[in-house]
Design a protein around this ligand. Sequence first.
Ligand SMILES: C[S@@+](CC[C@H](N)C(=O)[O-])C[C@H]1O[C@@H](n2cnc3c(N)ncnc32)[C@H](O)[C@@H]1O
Length: 322
Amino acid sequence: MFDEAIKQYEANLEETGLQQLLPFLCKQSLDVIKQGDWPHWRDRLAELPALTPSRLEITDRILIGDAADCDADQLSLLRDQLKAFIPWRKGPFKVFGTHIESEWRCDLKWARLQGALAPLAGRTVLDVGSGNGYFSLRMQAAGAKLVLGLEPHIAYFAQFWAIRHFLPGYPVYVLPITLEQLPRPLPKFDTVFSMGVIYHRRSPIDHLLQLKDCLRAGGELVMESIVVDGPAGYSLMPKKKYARMSNVWFVPSTDTLLQWLTRCGFTNLRVVDQCTTTSDEQRVTEWMPYDSLDAALDKQDSTRTIENYPAPQRVIILANKP
Ligand SMILES: C[S@@+](CC[C@H](N)C(=O)[O-])C[C@H]1O[C@@H](n2cnc3c(N)ncnc32)[C@H](O)[C@@H]1O
């Protein structure tokens, strides 16, 4: 599977001026992935059957093939093989008839932002913290020339490649690295997405500067984050956990995030959406059977987290590099 993808990746990069990213998807780099249990995931990927989808629809539910493309035994085996990749946090997908109802209804976030984006047609796109690539696939379906996701969490990197296995030749790739691991000088993209990442960073300002360095002049940043109410300058630093997450460092107010973006030199800032996350969008499912939003909120008062912080709201801000 990777042999075909690697060849295609080389060809795709040639037309984009992003050749410096070649070493991140090659046999040697895959052989030495140290994070997570890569040998385990590599074996699960190798077991996936060679099925050819009769149709592909990348809309709210990413639909790859039909149940009629396989026999009953193949269908039941494939369902088990996809289950081996649990937890499916991002989706939904329908793969040869198997509905993967993910924890997050990512289609809802995409619906909130797609109309506001600079058209992606013909653009190169970087999707920082892409998870299993649900949004990367939506970006390509919106016309992007090439989408590169960065996902250091190897189980989600593997999940992307489980889906991508059924889409040979598709110009979307996820690399198993962080934004900080990209080589200097940073490659330049037309659009850069950072969705759900900044509050996980110990240095949000450095994160914004690195995102800016990955944009060409005039390029567009899509910044999506958890926010809490508060004036410009305020950000919440949880004592330990925030909404059960132990890796949250700073949760800004929207005005603070705008101020951070301005001080980092972004212009043309636009808040395109702000909303409170509900259990319609983030919930326990058969494909993500562990704790979800409900367990992170106070049972008596859903406006507070179980640590007694304000419940998560999410904002989407667009900005440009001058
Ligand atoms: C909350 S998920 C968001 C996934 C997706 N972008 C979305 O909006 O649903 C954040 C992802 O960012 C990844 N991540 C965290 N720090 C990162 C970094 N420095 N560079 C790239 N990805 C990172 C995590 O592994 C995780 O999968």
